[in-house]
Design a protein around this ligand. Sequence first.
Ligand SMILES: *Cc1c(COP(=O)(O)O)cnc(C)c1O
Length: 432
Amino acid sequence: MTRYGRMVVRNALREIGEAQQGEAELNTLASDTARHLDRAIGGGVTRVFNMTGVLLHSNLGRAVLDGDASVRIVREASGHLALELNVHTGKRGNRESAAAAAICAITGSEAAAIVNNNAAAVMLMLASLKRGARNQVIVSRGELVEIGGSFRLPDIMRVANVKLIEVGTTNVTRASDYFEAINARTCAILKVHTSNYAVRGYTRVESLQALRPIAEAEHIPLCMDLGSGCLVDMTKFGLPKEPRVSEAIKQGAQLVTFSGDKLLGSVQAGFLLGDRSLIERANHHPMKRSLRLDKIRLALLTETLKAYQSPQTLTKRVPLFRALARSHKELQRSADKVCETLAPMLASGYSCRTIEAACEMGSGSMPGVTLASLAVEIRAPSQAALKRFDQRLRTLPVPVLGRIHAGALLLDLRAIDDVGALLTNLGGLGSA
Ligand SMILES: *Cc1c(COP(=O)(O)O)cnc(C)c1O
């Protein structure tokens, strides 16, 4: 079987040869070359079992998609499709129409623009609100967020070519602060959901409702970067209240932005929702073309949004909500099975048992909030032995990622959809 073509093998041999000191053995040269090529181009997707206790792990791809539905959708969307064609009229259509209609139906928004991620949505929103010299955007000092991995609000504003006008203080910003900053060059008031931190103590932030009369009287768009994109009532899952997109719109935000792969539970995407005329401006902005989604992601996103038609379909078809809805009983059953599988494979001095644990949402969503879960706790004779065991789990056919906490390795069960596959995979430890 030919695994790699002549050209890449020749290049690999040359690179290895250049790094080589002294004579090379022929068989080590062959295995070195194979390893080099596997590393360089053989990689592709590395599936993992996320047992870290962080449900939306940014380093592990944030929200998980439903496997079966995704395979079907990708197959359907891979061929030719009526992406920008209305098949009934034969006229040109809009690639976003299905996803936009779905998100508007869920949130009560008039219109939607869909882009690469929320950072892009914020950038497009700001760029499209600017009107020549009217380029000032008012933001509270308490809401100038940085979201991990290079999203910093002041930087986004700079690339969107608008001028940041900071008002208030870190802990207190009043409606009058916004009001006093408004002038003939103001093009927007922007509120930002401080999704990944909380300021406690003597604090005051103005609600959208409080700012709405000011924005209306001055004819200035009131905008909100919601970040996490919560569409449903999270208290149903035993979590605290999280501002919902529909609420922000009802409370008077004319434009709202949020991510597709956080609490919404779908692919990486960014939504810009709100007043039809403002959305049209965003959709006609030259930046839009370079930020738009491809057909596959749009199809997957639409599929997730369809699941929002009822609480039952949501917890059945969207893995994030499946995980949130997973009962203590189911977690217990899974944890017991993992323990049963691991126990016979553990050397003496090692132990495993099921313990109560706490999950977090991750990806900067719901900071400080934990969700009850169960984990398999593994103890080893020494820290070094525990690290080695953790390493062995990471080198299984499908790497198993847990977390080391208080001298033990915890494997959290809440994010595990397919316990059978996990058990089979853990079986690989025996032969290791
Ligand atoms: C997560 C987040 C962003 C960035 O969203 P991406 O989809 O990761 O680009 C921006 N603003 C807020 C408030 C966020 O929570």
